[in-house]
Ligand binder design. Structure first.
Ligand code: 8YV
Length: 327
């Protein structure tokens, strides 16, 4: 019997990561790069010492009920762990780790791309040209909204929220934020950011809202129908965090009614399903969950997974243990 931990990986990972994993562990790699089915997950938690899932693997209490006593670590490939039932993992003594820090700048870049693309109607412009219907420049053609001087309201001022704030400052936006905890004064000053204890009050004043909090029981539908109504009709909503933080149907209704100016979305409530009515709107720029999709981020995420597993297997606390604040 080998003493190497048996590691089951749900998706294909960057090649150097898979190679290193195969050297270090008794690893079983998924060959087809499909999300694991419930049956596959049940089998995996029954056999693995370490499971490496991604956001596409829903590891709920019913799945974990099949976990064998050998399963001690779920080393998630990704930062968000809302697809894992953490309470049930904890009850079973299973440690959960994630990959914070290494996808911050890339996710912030994609957020900024949406903050630029939606008010300036970038995708509409591309589509007009591709349709062959462009009749040439016009003084009133494809007018959007200026970003400079506008108020950006950031919901969730962690690593990614702060990285977005730094970018948006460079574009002349005024930074406002709502967060459970107020940032230390020096950080707030460096970011030139204004804290709002009341999310409703911040919403009522924002030109662009960008979401950067995790999806937890406390943030599910944080942007509810009632809260979305606090926004002014010229406001835009950008979400590169998790679809569940926004009441997607309420958002759609408001966009359809012209009660919001537009939305830039990278995440959805029921991925991979996306409401076609959202996609049909000119005022929506919709991306397929690609905020952290760079070669660099995915290799760095894989390295974090490796370090977490290795440290844990060596009998130490892994660096990226997910703690109670996600519950
Ligand atoms: C990941 C993400 O690619 O890290 C996250 O939370 O949403 C994505 O950037 C995905 O979760 C991988 O599991």
């Amino acid at each position: 019997k080998t003493s190497k931990p048996r590691v089951i990986v749900s998706r294909r990972l960057p090649e150097p990561i898979e190679t290193r994993m195969a050297e270090l562990f008794d690893v079983r790699l998924n060959t087809d790069d499909q999300p694991m089915s419930a049956a596959q997950l049940i089998e995996a938690v029954g056999e693995a010492d370490v499971l490496v899932p991604t956001v596409t693997d829903k590891i709920d209490a019913a799945i974990l009920a099949h976990a064998g006593p050998q399963l001690k670590l779920i080393a998630n490939f990704g930062n968000g762990v809302d697809h894992i039932d953490l309470a049930s993992a904890r009850q079973r003594g299973i440690t959960v780790t994630n990959t914070p820090g290494v996808l911050t700048e890339d996710t912030a870049d994609m957020t900024m791309a949406l903050i630029l693309a939606v008010p300036r109607r970038l995708v509409e412009g591309v589509r007009l040209l591709e349709s062959g219907e462009w009749e040439g420049w016009s003084p009133t053609g494809l007018l959007g909204r200026r970003l400079w001087g506008k108020r950006l309201g950031i919901i969730g001022m962690g690593r990614i929220g702060q990285a977005v704030a730094r970018r948006a400052r460079a574009f002349g936006m005024q930074i406002h934020y709502h967060n459970r905890r107020r940032l230390p004064q020096q950080v707030e000053q460096d970011l030139e950011a204004t804290w709002w204890e009341s999310l409703d009050q911040m919403l009522a004043r924002a030109d662009v809202i960008s979401i950067h909090c995790p999806h937890t029981p406390a943030t599910f539908h944080l942007l509810s129908a009632r809260r979305l109504k606090q926004l002014r009709p010229h406001a835009y909503v950008v979400n590169t965090a998790r679809g569940e933080v926004v009441d997607e149907n309420a958002l759609l209704r408001m966009l359809e009614a012209g009660e919001l100016a537009g939305a830039g979305l990278d995440v959805y409530e029921h991925e991979p399903a996306v409401n076609p009515k959202l996609l049909a709107l000119n005022t929506v720029v919709a991306l397929p969950h690609m905020g952290s999709a760079t070669h660099e981020a995915r290799v760095d995420m894989g390295e974090k997974v490796l370090i977490n597993i290795k440290t844990f297997a060596d009998g130490h606390a892994p660096p990226d243990r997910v703690l109670g604040e996600w519950l």
